[in-house]
Ligand binder design. Structure first.
Ligand code: NAD
Length: 488
């Protein structure tokens, strides 16, 4: 960072001043400028891709052990910088201090450590020898073969706001472990710590050009990256609409894509849910309010309740929502901080207003909290929601829960599957075998049974409009590599 609060792009192992201007990155709680990020023009994008291309030959030929050692050192340096990075991360994301300090850096560190081990995972699948008959093509004999994972080349990692370093680490760490080089394009709203990651990587011994970061306030930087002929793969996390535009553009040059897109998670509470299970369900659904103000793609934003237990669940959820402190995210007692921008707050408010007009009941929330400055939305519970309403169909990305009653398990499955999305659904019931069977009927890439907790080794991704491809655990290594068959 420069003394005037401006940042450069990180290209080829050094700061690179943008050809154009800088734009302000705004703290969503104070509405003050945290720093000024560089605005990438086509020349900056081209410089970043060229740096990654030039570094590819060398990096892709390093040994797995060397890549593992560097990734482990990146984790060490990142962890050692936590005290400096947490305040910046907190300011640019508006995350509560609890979330910023306990999750944003530690989870990113874990991801680098995981893929340090990942670099050492076997990359070769051997096949049993096959006796093959003589043919017009070649003489017969005992033929051997193996499938080997090879890096793809230059990977463009384009990410969404909310957990900037964690999102980026989930892409960069497996991509580097396999031997790719990277150009990262973090979200416009919270890119500053991602820019600092370049220096951390360099200090850890990553060769110059292997990791580059460019930023921009609008779509142009990402678009230029997607269109660039020097990019081999686009790894994207963001909205479905942008993912569709990227997939169309990437198709023209057959770029590989990994698409982690939006979600509209359903939490199905089963008739047999005992009091303990119901309590778990309430706090799980409550995470839509309590965890990063609902700006989470996997949040259980719809709760599906047996009609006979509907009012009981509404009352429990209302009590939960009312118990959450909304306000200044750096106050230790705050649970619900601001949304990322005024525009996002207005969008969420418009959804609530629309639901009200369509006949939904606003049980709690729904009015703008009396907090200034900051882009706050109160935890909002909507009851009497019907499956066709926009709040039951579209991703809101804010602290809003829609509660829908159901009369049969078939109807619950129909409602859960009845949106274009399929990222993460949840089942809460005392008979876990029944919940397991229900999971098979859900068109969703992930299903949580009686928990919103994650398992770091599982494949992560979406069905339907929630994405294409999987990362997470060893699946991340597969996502950033291409299989080559070798026959002898
Ligand atoms: P977004 O789609 O608006 O932006 C995501 C990224 O794409 C940003 O870096 C943006 O600058 C860039 N971009 C925008 N237009 C582009 C274009 N035409 N070409 C190339 N790049 C372009 O998403 P957002 O508002 O930052 O994030 C919220 C969305 O992200 C939600 O839909 C949420 O569900 C999703 N998300 C998904 C996951 C997941 O793992 N599935 C995780 C977090 C967020």
């Amino acid at each position: 960072m420069n003394s005037d609060g401006t940042y450069g792009h990180w290209i080829g192992g050094r700061w690179h001043e943008p050809a154009g201007a800088h734009y302000p990155v705004v703290n969503p709680a104070t509405e003050e400028t945290v720093g000024r990020a560089p605005e990438a023009g086509p020349a900056d994008v081209d410089a970043a891709v060229r740096a990654a291309r030039e570094a590819y030959e060398g990096w892709s030929r390093t040994s797995p052990a060397e890549r593992a050692a560097i990734l482990e050192r990146i984790a060490d340096v990142l962890a050692s910088r936590s005290a400096d990075l947490v305040p910046l991360l907190q300011q640019e994301t508006g995350a509560t201090i609890r979330v910023a300090s306990s999750m944003q850096i530690p989870t990113a560190v874990d991801r680098f450590r995981r893929y340090a081990r990942g670099a050492l995972e076997p990359d070769t699948i051997p096949f049993a020898p096959q006796p093959v008959r003589t043919s017009p093509l070649a003489p017969g004999g005992l033929v051997n073969a193996a499938a080997v994972r090879r890096p793809l080349g230059v990977v463009a990692c384009i990410t969404s706001y909310n957990f900037p370093l964690v999102n980026l680490a989930g892409k960069v760490a497996p991509a580097l472990a396999v031997g790719n080089t990277v150009v990262a394009k973090p979200a416009p709203q919270d890119p500053l710590t991602c820019l600092l990651l370049g220096g951390i990587m360099r200090e850890a011994g990553l060769p110059d050009g292997v990791f580059n970061v460019i930023t921009g306030s609008g779509a142009a930087a990402g678009e230029a990256l997607v269109a660039h002929p020097g990019v081999d793969m686009i790894s994207f996390t963001g909205s479905t609409a942008v993912g569709q535009a990227i997939a169309r553009a990437a198709g023209a040059s057959m770029k590989r894509t990994l698409m982690e897109l939006g979600g509209k998670g359903a939490a199905i509470i089963l008739e047999d849910a005992a009091p303990g299970v119901l309590r778990s369900a309430i706090s799980a659904v409550g995470s839509t309010w309590a965890f990063h103000s609902g700006q989470i793609c996997t949040a259980p934003t719809r709760v599906l309740v047996p009609r006979g237990r509907y009012e009981q669940v509404i009352t429990a959820l209302e009590q939960y929502a009312r118990s959450l402190t909304v306000g200044d995210p750096v106050d230790n007692s705050t649970v619900v901080g601001p949304l990322i921008t005024a525009g996002q707050r207005d969008r969420v408010e418009a959804y609530v207003a629309g639901a009200r007009e369509q006949g939904a009941r606003v049980v709690t929330g729904g009015a703008r909290p009396d907090l200034k400055p900051g882009y706050y939305v109160a935890p909002t519970l909507l009851a009497d929601v019907t499956p066709g309403m926009a709040v039951a169909q579209e991703e809101i990305f804010g602290p809003v829960v829609a509660a829908l009653p159901y009369d049969s398990e078939d109807e619950a499955v129909g409602i859960a599957n009845g949106t274009p999305y399929g990222l993460y659904d949840y089942v809460f019931g005392s008979d876990t075998a029944r919940a397991w069977a229900l999971a098979a009927r859900l068109r969703s890439g992930n299903v949580g049974i009686n928990t919103v907790q994650r398992h770091p080794e599982t494949p992560f991704g979406g069905f339907k409009h929630s994405g294409i491809g999987r990362d997470g655990g060893s699946f991340g290594l597969h996502a950033y590599s291409e299989l080559q068959a070798v026959v002898w």
